[in-house]
Design a protein around this ligand. Structure first.
Ligand code: GLN
Length: 256
């Protein structure tokens, strides 16, 4: 399998490393001609305004959009999720716009700029996944046919629509290969396209501000967090948030 990683800006090498570890041939993509012969494309995190501008300057927006419309698999992480959404009210540039979701950029606000959370992702073997969120977007609305793979505090943070996969967190900044494996399995058909979790009516998630729902008591007390103490576990592990001062490779470029 030959998988391209959009290499205009952002956490490119991390994705290439993950895909290579899964025995895929992973190649950087900067030009439209480099899309030829690929089985899929990953759109990394970074800064969605910058990436969308570069996509347009390099003549990549339209070819990628067309490919996706023909069933070509795409996987977007964080800024990549923003770029795959059809609606992004607070993005100045045009997104690739192929997934039936509405996304709000930088939705968690300054106070919880960067955090980690133990997520429940039933579609992955073994269920839990450590999510690293850096200036993350949130999915505010998902149209019918979009499968919600994971929610955090009642908001979707990972979705799939056919062979389009997107998440608000950064699996490429962990050493857990399962989310990337899930994507590769979509290409080979090892994951059932019959998705019981997808819904038949549009779902909106406007009911509360994500920053408010993520305001666990500790998130309001940054001084505790700055001591890097382990956080008290909430009963539901998907509700446990940790501010992170830890440096992850690649997070500087994503922290915009
Ligand atoms: N805040 C960024 C944006 O909207 C996304 C950050 C990231 O990819 N970690 O583009």
């Amino acid at each position: 399998m030959k998988i391209g990683v959009l290499a205009l800006q952002g956490a490119v090498t991390e994705h290439i490393g993950m895909l290579s570890a899964l025995d895929a041939e992973a190649v950087p993509v900067r030009l439209p001609s480099e899309l030829d012969g690929l089985d899929a494309l990953v759109i990394p995190g970074g800064e969605s305004t910058t990436i969308s501008k570069l996509l347009s300057d390099y003549g990549l927006t339209e070819p990628i959009r067309k490919l996706a419309q023909q069933g070509f698999p795409l996987f977007g992480t964080c800024a990549g999720l923003v770029l795959l959404a059809k609606k992004v009210p607070n993005l100045e540039m045009e997104p690739i716009g192929v997934m039936d979701i509405e996304v709000k950029r930088n939705a968690f606000g300054r106070q919880v700029d960067s955090f980690e959370a133990d997520l429940q992702i039933p579609a992955l073997d073994n269920g839990t996944f450590h999510g690293i969120f850096i200036r993350a977007p949130i999915i505010e609305k998902a149209e019918r046919g979009v499968e919600i793979l994971c929610q955090l505090n009642g908001r979707p943070v990972a979705v799939r629509q056919g062979k389009l996969l997107a998440c608000a967190f950064h699996p490429e900044l962990t050493d857990d290969l399962r989310f990337h494996r899930y994507f590769l399995d979509l290409l080979t058909g090892d994951r059932s396209s019959n998705n019981p979790a997808s819904h038949s009516e549009p779902l909106a998630f406007y009911h509360s501000e994500p920053s408010a729902s993520c305001h666990s008591e500790e998130a309001e007390r940054p001084k505790n967090l700055s001591q890097n103490k382990p956080r008290k576990q909430a009963r539901d592990p998907s509700l446990s948030l940790r501010m992170t001062r830890q440096h992850h490779p690649g997070d500087d470029i994503c922290k915009r």
